[in-house]
Design a protein around this ligand. Structure first.
Ligand SMILES: C[S@@+](CC[C@H](N)C(=O)[O-])C[C@H]1O[C@@H](n2cnc3c(N)ncnc32)[C@H](O)[C@@H]1O
Length: 163
């Protein structure tokens, strides 16, 4: 019998399995870098290779807290920290991921794009717990900034007119 020269390939994880894998590890996937953009936007996250529509990118990591705890923290947080609070519904409960702590993760550095975002955050259950996962909503080329729509709010940067 002729032996195959190639080893059997491990089945590729689908996007949901990929999300579960990285969420359980508590690590970001390779293929992205955080970079300083300018004094207006601050830092942002950029792809270092292409990604396909539907791919899991990385998690918006932080501490999952209740609405009550969110309100407590918002009373003491400066505005620059409040923007790292991401509130969401899970199992009929209002929860929040507080990503105010600089922990080196990518999710907290993704900027807002109201008009043409290339990713979206989906609440994803992993081992019974909620995780905020970014998935590509279009094909993403190498070197593109990763963005999502922060949602309807009077975000101050949206009203800035560039002259
Ligand atoms: C969750 S942080 C994103 C990471 C941030 N750029 C940084 O360097 O830490 C949200 C902050 O980023 C900035 N930001 C996000 N999207 C922006 C945009 N489209 N234009 C300008 N600033 C933006 C605002 O200062 C906002 O308070």
């Amino acid at each position: 019998m002729e032996m195959s020269a190639t080893r059997p390939q491990r089945a590729k994880r689908n996007a949901k399995q990929d999300a579960a894998y990285y969420c359980s590890l508590g690590k970001d996937k390779e293929g992205f870098e955080a970079k300083y953009i300018d004094s207006f936007k601050g830092r942002g996250v950029f792809s270092c290779r292409p990604f396909e529509k539907g791919d899991f990118l990385f998690e918006y990591r932080g501490e999952v807290i209740t609405k009550k705890e969110q309100e407590n923290r918002e009373r003491i947080y400066h505005n620059a920290l409040k923007v790292f609070m991401f509130d969401f519904q899970f199992n009929g409960q209002q929860l929040c991921v507080d990503a105010a702590r600089e922990d080196g993760s990518l999710g907290r550095l993704v900027n807002d794009d109201e008009v043409n975002p290339n990713s979206k955050i989906k609440v994803t259950r992993v081992d019974g717990r909620p995780h905020l996962c970014l998935f590509a909503i279009k094909d993403i080329g190498s070197g593109e900034e990763i963005t999502y729509n922060y949602g309807n709010s009077d975000w101050p940067w949206r009203s800035k007119v560039v002259i």
